[in-house]
Design a protein around this ligand. Structure first.
Ligand code: UDP
Length: 366
């Protein structure tokens, strides 16, 4: 059987593409090396709680079209992400806002906060921030940087803040209002019943082979499809011939606890260097769960090595230069579309993955 498309990876990019291709009468086969669909947005039921098995995902977007798009598959709840940061014995609200500043400096007004931050920035003489450290310092001043950014970032990325790109910290809002919403986006929520459901809906009526590795599959089925949508690691596709790209991996230590509420919030970040994990997720709070037990996950960040799960591309200068070279090779693979966080080596949020998938669909069918 020959298909129009072989889709490698049943995550968000691959599943959107599969859904749209099928809608247009194309034949599609989806394969995934894991024993389940949904990629890293996969959720698993533990004690009646949807556990985000590959890390917490909070859907947020300012794009009405994308919001409507995901809502055709599943309804979303009204969860708003408002993480807490723990630094030694101090506790702060995130993102950086008036609640954070009033706690840090015992002040009350935006004017007071601005004066303190401006004074700290003036002592630095940074004109054009060149890296994450300079960006963070010139945005939030030294206290916020030292207590809430430096340790967390260096744990998460395993690199000095001076070696990281500024854009990573620009993901976070910084505001002088008492607003703990982690995102500025107009739409936000968690799919009711878990993320896996979205992908199940997208892949309804589509042939899916799980536990199927592309490298093996293509040897036994070299002509299975006219075109391939590849959402695995870009450098792996090319057998690392130009060298390996770097990724960050995360290890989760999951625990089922015999209490109904462990930390009172879905996300608590541990921003000091000496605590080995970056954050603890308490999954039930994403869905306002009332279960008698709770499931928590401690996140330990590490450099990716063969056999681990790749989560974050490391978009520093070296990797970006290497990825540009791989993309030249990719452009010559006329029958392959590369997509998703791994296929594009981009720190995409979910809404941006969908945008990219729909653009790929447009490129193919319009
Ligand atoms: N960050 C930080 N302190 C925090 C939370 C985040 O310094 O308490 C920085 C850190 O550099 C991180 C970046 O902000 O890599 C982006 O955080 P985000 O929560 O968007 O990361 P994700 O949820 O994608 O892992």
């Amino acid at each position: 059987m020959r298909y129009d498309y072989l889709i490698v990876g049943a995550g968000l990019f691959g599943s959107v593409f599969a859904y749209e291709a099928k809608k247009r009468g194309k034949t599609v086969l989806v394969i995934d090396k894991r024993d389940h669909i949904a990629g890293n947005i996969y959720t698993e039921d533990v004690e009646g709680i949807n556990v985000h098995k590959y890390g917490a995902h909070i859907f947020h977007t300012s794009d009405k079209q994308i919001w409507d798009y995901v809502n055709q598959f599943v309804e979303f709840n009204h969860y708003i992400n408002s993480p807490i940061a723990v630094y030694k014995d101090e506790l702060y609200n995130l993102p950086f806002n008036m609640n954070t500043f009033s706690k840090m400096w015992n002040i009350r007004t935006p004017q007071q906060a601005k004066e303190i931050i401006e004074k700290q920035i003036a002592e630095l003489s940074i004109t054009e921030p060149k890296n994450l450290e300079e960006q963070a310092l010139s945005l939030a001043g030294r206290d916020v940087y030292e207590k809430l950014i430096k340790g967390y970032t260096e744990k998460q990325w395993g690199r000095d803040c001076k070696e990281l790109p500024a854009f990573i910290i620009k993901r976070l809002p910084f505001r002088f209002t008492y607003d703990n919403n982690y995102f500025n986006d107009r739409f936000q929520g968690i799919p009711m019943g878990g993320y896996t459901k979205i992908v199940e809906k997208m892949l309804e009526g589509i042939e899916v082979l799980t536990s199927t590795d592309f490298a093996d599959f293509k040897k036994t089925h070299p002509d299975i499809a006219d075109k391939i949508v590849f959402t695995g690691m870009l450098d792996a596709y090319f057998d690392y011939q130009l060298g390996a790209l770097e990724y960050r991996s995360v290890r989760f230590e999951n625990e089922v606890l015999d209490c109904d509420n462990y930390q009172g919030n879905a996300v608590v970040n541990y921003t000091e260097r000496d605590v080995p994990y970056t954050r603890i997720i308490e999954h039930k709070h994403f869905e306002f769960g009332k279960q008698p037990k709770t499931v928590i996950s401690r996140e330990y960040s590490s450099e990716w090595k063969v056999g681990m799960e790749p989560y974050y591309p490391v978009n520093d200068e070296r990797n970006n230069a290497l990825v540009a070279k791989y993309q030249e090779l990719a452009a010559k693979e006329k029958h392959v579309i590369f997509g998703g966080r791994l296929g594009n080596y981009k720190y995409y949020d979910m809404d941006k993955v969908i945008v990219a998938a729909l653009e790929a669909v447009k490129g193919e069918f319009e």
